[in-house]
Write a protein that binds this ligand. Structure first.
Ligand code: DGL
Length: 278
């Protein structure tokens, strides 16, 4: 079984790619919606939440843990690997490498949370993949965008105004590739593309979602496990949320087009425990 988690519903953009590539795998998803957003939180607290969710997923039988959250990967990937040395983790890395490969203008933009930009992981991808190609990287923290997406405001005037405020200055500086550095953001990619097309009709702008590449990595890791990551209950996905499960159910319908139950989990003394399901 493959365990996947995010602060909220953003990791569903990764889950749908994993499902597309591994139709028979058993998946378990935890949205820590009681604590979303992680982005403005101190790193030690994000480590604590990520550890709690990881323990829960392992307790449910997960053999691989996918940190489907750039923020949690930036804050906690190293920490989790040290804490659980026998567990294979797959984390999110800002997709600077593919952006640096396709840019013609040699200017790329990265949209992410504050913590993602603070982490060593981001500094390292910029040094390795952008600096070596003389690519300029423009960073933008999108404060409040995760909450808009959690609330289902994928295409509302307010979300568009927020996005324009962040993206137009990046486009004005010549960027022709935009990296989605937060797993929530693929859900507003259509709106983002519309803004780019209207702002720079003469220059196509590519929007880069790292989820398909991460899903391929998950498939490789799962295939490498001695007895695989599948169980007889093939193809099932179990959803858990630590916040309101009706909100989570609505998000599943809106974002993935599925009508599924979510199981409620609760935090108790730093641990996640199973609660009722609906
Ligand atoms: N999906 C998370 C990420 O990829 C959202 C961060 C947050 O909760 O602030 O960074």
């Amino acid at each position: 079984m493959i365990g996947i988690f995010d602060s909220g519903v953003g990791g569903l953009s990764v889950l749908r790619e994993i499902r597309a590539q591994m139709p028979a795998a058993r998946l378990m998803y935890v949205g820590d919606t009681a604590h979303v957003p992680y982005g403005p939180r101190p790193m030690p607290q994000i480590c604590e939440f990520s550890e709690g969710v990881t323990r829960f997923l392992l307790g449910q039988g997960a053999r691989v843990i996918v940190i489907a959250c750039h923020t949690a990967s930036a804050a906690a990937l190293k920490y989790l690997r040290a804490r659980f040395p026998d567990v294979p983790f797959v984390g999110m890395e800002p997709a600077v490498k593919p952006a640096a490969e396709i840019t013609q203008s040699k200017v790329i933009g990265v949209l992410a949370t504050q913590v993602t930009f603070q982490g060593e992981l981001f500094a390292s991808v910029v040094t390795r993949f952008a600096d070596t190609q003389n690519v300029r990287v423009l960073t933008q923290v999108c404060a409040g965008l995760v909450q808009q997406i959690e609330a289902g405001e994928l295409d509302t005037p307010k979300t568009e105004v927020m996005l324009r405020g962040w993206v137009e200055p990046i486009l004005a500086q010549g960027a022709d590739a935009l990296v989605l550095g937060c797993t929530h953001y693929p859900f507003i990619a259509p709106l983002l593309q519309k803004i780019c097309d209207s702002q720079t009709p003469q220059r196509p702008v590519r929007i880069i979602n790292p989820a398909p590449a991460v899903a391929r990595q998950v498939a490789r890791v799962a295939a490498g496990l001695a007895d695989g990551a599948d169980t007889p209950a093939q193809g099932r996905t179990h959803y858990y949320a630590s916040g309101d499960i009706d909100d989570f159910r609505r998000a599943l319908r809106r974002l993935l087009g599925i009508n599924r139950r979510a199981n409620a989990v609760r935090w108790r003394d730093g641990r996640i425990v199973d609660s009722d399901s609906r």
